[in-house]
Design a protein around this ligand. Structure first.
Ligand SMILES: Cc1ncc(COP(=O)(O)O)c(C=O)c1O
Length: 405
């Protein structure tokens, strides 16, 4: 009997994130920062050291750390000059920040549809949404699978628009041998707790173009060119030294974390192959020319063949002890009240901005609707094991075979 109906769960002890164990070396470094009192990046060495390592890792000239992935996206858009009257195209099948960063920049988000195989933005759909107002595209590498960057860079050349890579979920992923975050005009990273490396919170922007980097650096710290001299509108998006320290050390362990992630994913995909053969679910396989960095495994349920909706399946899996299951994402962004009411900053800005002077309409996009109805996401963490994966596959078998129509 399913655990959700009172049966014995597959896992007595639910699968859960366990805190990372920090080495004595890291604890010593933390103690040194605390004793020195140098907690801010303007007086310490760690954020700078992390930025240098990150730039090397991604394969770009410049990287600047920020407080979060959201502020990194905002900073990237501002550094590229996105502002009132501009449209920025992005996917509706993502975390809110990919689109709200556009609103924060006082520009209007426009949604394009996704590709059913990778769940990433479809370049043809993006092209169909380009107008004379389009300034940029925020391309998300969803779940760790890189988007079709060659096609997006071609659109950028053809239409004179910018590409911002949202690498929040894809640190270390590769597209045709190039690291995610090194291909667009600017890129934005997140180091939130569930991400590939974390400082608790944190983010970064990266670019190869000195002029964008310099603008990002200025905007990150009040637009101040000299002490108390403000050249342009800026913010305070600086990371602390303790975050920089943790991220510096975690980035050095990236390969080790990634090997553990890959082992878990391999065991999970093997375990789910039976259900895939029965047509009860599908797991999109990485394109042959990419390296998937596996932030999430996106499982697509054959909802037409099940007697209960997706949300019931998720509750049932959780009851079986699969604690790392979630839905990314249950609703395309354009259907949420933020985009339906269009109140934004107040008085309808930026949609009602006279510099914009148009009316955007958020119609439903078929592939985003299709994905949102059937996706079940498994968070991939470096402390999950092949045994966790086998239990997860067992729980899927138990639940889906029971609910099969
Ligand atoms: C695709 C994507 N973009 C942006 C963000 C925002 O990052 P943060 O939570 O660090 O602000 C996230 C975070 O979950 C994300 O998944």
């Amino acid at each position: 009997m399913l655990a959700i109906f009172g049966g014995k769960p597959v896992r007595e002890r639910p699968i859960a994130a366990r805190p990372l164990v920090y080495s004595p070396e890291i604890i010593k470094d933390i103690e040194e920062v605390l004793r020195s009192g140098a907690l801010v990046s303007t007086h310490g060495k760690w954020v700078k050291a992390f930025e240098e390592e990150l730039a090397k890792f991604v394969g770009v000239k410049y990287a600047y750390a920020t407080t979060s992935g959201t502020t990194a996206l905002h900073l990237a858009l501002k550094a590229l000059g996105v502002g009132p009257g501009d449209e920025v195209i992005t996917t509706p099948f993502t975390f809110a920040a990919s689109a709200t960063a556009v609103l924060h920049a006082n520009a209007v988000p426009v949604f394009a549809d996704i590709d059913r195989e990778t769940l990433n933005l479809d370049p043809a759909s993006v092209e169909s949404k380009i107008t004379d107002k389009t300034k940029a595209v925020v391309v998300v590498h969803l779940a760790g699978h890189p988007a079709e960057m060659d096609a997006f860079m071609k659109l950028a050349d053809r239409y004179g628009i910018y590409i911002v890579e949202d690498v929040a979920q894809a640190l270390g992923a590769e597209y045709r041998g190039r690291r995610a975050g090194s291909m667009g005009h600017m890129s934005a990273f997140s180091f939130y707790a569930t991400k590939h490396i974390t400082g608790g919170e944190g983010g970064a922007v990266a670019t190869d173009v000195a002029a964008y980097a310099e603008r990002a650096r200025l905007i990150r710290a009040h637009g101040e060119t000299e002490k108390y001299w403000y050249e342009i509108l800026g913010y305070n998006y600086r990371m602390t030294e303790l975050q920089g320290l943790l991220l510096y050390h975690e980035l050095r362990r990236f390969d080790e974390f990634q090997r553990a992630r890959e082992e878990y994913v391999k065991a999970l995909l093997d375990g789910l192959s039976g259900l895939e053969g029965e047509g009860l679910l599908a797991v999109p396989r990485p394109k042959p020319y990419v390296k998937h960095s596996w932030h999430l495994v996106q499982v697509l349920l054959s909802v037409e063949r099940l007697s209960k909706p997706r949300d019931f399946v998720v509750d049932a899996l959780r009851s079986e002890g699969i604690g790392n299951v979630s839905v990314a994402y249950p609703v395309p962004l354009y259907r949420t009240p933020l985009f339906q009411r269009m109140e934004g900053h107040g008085r309808g800005c930026p949609w009602s901005c006279p510099f914009y002077g148009r009316k955007v309409s958020y119609e439903r996009l078929p592939n985003a609707e299709w994905a949102a109805e059937r996706v079940v996401s498994l968070l991939v963490l470096p402390n999950l094991t092949a045994e966790d994966a086998a239990d997860t596959a067992k729980a899927f078998e138990k639940v889906l075979r029971e609910l099969r129509r």
